[in-house]
Design a binder for this molecule. Structure first.
Ligand SMILES: [Zn+2]
Length: 398
């Protein structure tokens, strides 16, 4: 039993003074000191050997841990991702272990890996669950399903035609994927790919979502251009990743169907803010600069239409580090969300998208994935930087 005393609690239900008691991987009491004491006294498992420990968090704020709906555990933020193709799978795995640790220390308590080599991210999920690695819980897609020569072809599973796409999707499910990810358009970081051009066809996307349907597995589509976004939404995809060139019609379709948008502002900023001087290939910088011009409009359309938003960073892409994941919330605020909306996107919305129950709020019965902050994240999106303490399932890691 561990009690956090004297602070405030902030989540999607607001910010209020409350103590929080944690025991056996669960939040067992949230409330005024007397209510928490009563819960402790009623705890018949408590013995002298399990005397509650207390941490004074007065002046501080206890918030749910952040959930990042789009990362690449095997990548390390290097300027030219193509240079990582020469690394062995083992090297990529060690990098993933380091990234998981960095994310946990930044207050991230769950991540969704949307594309790795082989079963690297699926195995990372198991390693975290078994306590082999310290890190946020991992939800993983296995390999990306892409057209031959499409975006990310150095690690994606290439497939052409509905039958092959269906098989490629089923291979990921067989390998243990929790979510399926495909490329509906080109991308910024693949040489020769046209950022917004459609890649998988409507018929291929339909086969992809159909393969996920029997097990209710969520699906994610990388999509920059509006045609690719609409193709993905019409195929019933669960989330559109990036959505950089989203137009009004695409936004309205997404809002109507409840399709999540994962904007990954950090990815675009990592490239545009560093540029060719930092070693990012010229073509990638030019494509990112073009995309950045349209990204403001995408936000306007999404906010006007009421598209549900889940926080995601694309961590691992150039200058987009796992330790900086909380900076995405400040970027989302620059694009028009309130700090409270950004908190919602990074907690309850992302938990819903990832299919994680019992996380994203500081409430009784929930998993103690918690961060202790110096300021109220419902009022200040910068509050997420440098957490005072981080609890993963009740275990303190910072
Ligand atoms: Zn990505």
């Amino acid at each position: 039993m561990h009690v956090l005393r004297g602070g405030r609690v902030a989540d999607v239900d607001g910010t209020r003074a409350a103590d929080v008691a944690i025991a056996d991987g669960e939040i067992v009491a949230v409330g005024d000191p007397a209510a928490v004491d009563a819960a402790l006294e009623g705890d018949d498992t408590a013995t002298d050997a399990t005397e509650p420990t207390e941490t004074d968090v007065s002046g501080r704020v206890i918030a749910p841990g952040l959930i990042d709906a789009h990362v690449h555990l095997m990548m390390d933020g290097r300027p030219d991702v193509a240079t990582a193709t020469a690394d062995s799978d083992y090297t990529a795995s060690y990098r993933a272990a380091r990234n998981l640790r960095a994310a946990a220390e930044a207050g991230v308590t769950a991540v969704r890996d949307l594309g790795a080599r082989g079963t690297l991210a699926i195995d990372a999920s198991e390693a975290v669950a078994d306590g082999v690695l310290v890190g946020p819980r991992v939800v993983a897609c296995g390999r990306n399903v892409i057209m031959t020569g499409g975006h990310g072809n150095w690690f994606g599973r290439e497939a052409d035609g509905p039958a092959e796409v269906r098989k490629a999707a089923r291979e990921q499910l067989k390998a243990g994927a929790d979510v399926l990810k495909c490329m509906a358009t080109g991308g910024v970081l693949t040489e020769g790919a046209v950022t917004g051009a459609p890649e998988l066809t409507p018929a291929e996307l339909a086969a992809f979502t159909d393969a996920a349907a029997p097990t209710d597995t969520p699906t994610a589509a990388h999509a920059h251009g509006e045609a690719g976004i609409k193709n993905a939404v019409e195929a019933g995809i669960t989330s559109v990743e990036h959505g950089t060139f989203m137009d009004r019609e695409a936004a309205e379709m997404m809002a109507e169907r409840g399709t999540y948008w994962v904007p990954t502002a950090s990815a675009l900023h990592g490239i545009v803010d560093h540029g060719t001087e930092a070693g990012i290939p010229e073509e990638a910088v030019a494509k990112a600069e073009d995309a950045a011009e349209h990204f403001d409009d995408a936000w306007d359309h999404a906010l006007d239409a009421g598209v549900p938003i889940a926080m995601g960073t694309d961590a691992g892409t150039p200058f987009n580090y796992f330790g900086d994941i909380p900076a995405e919330l400040s970027l989302m605020v620059e694009y028009g969300l309130s700090p409270a909306d950004a908190l919602e996107a990074a907690t309850v919305n992302a938990a819903d998208l990832l299919g994680l129950d019992g996380v994203g709020r500081v409430t009784e019965g929930y998993r103690p994935d918690l961060v202790v902050l110096d300021a109220d994240p419902n009022a200040d999106a910068g509050a997420w930087r440098d957490p005072e303490a981080v609890f993963l399932g009740g275990d303190r890691v910072v």
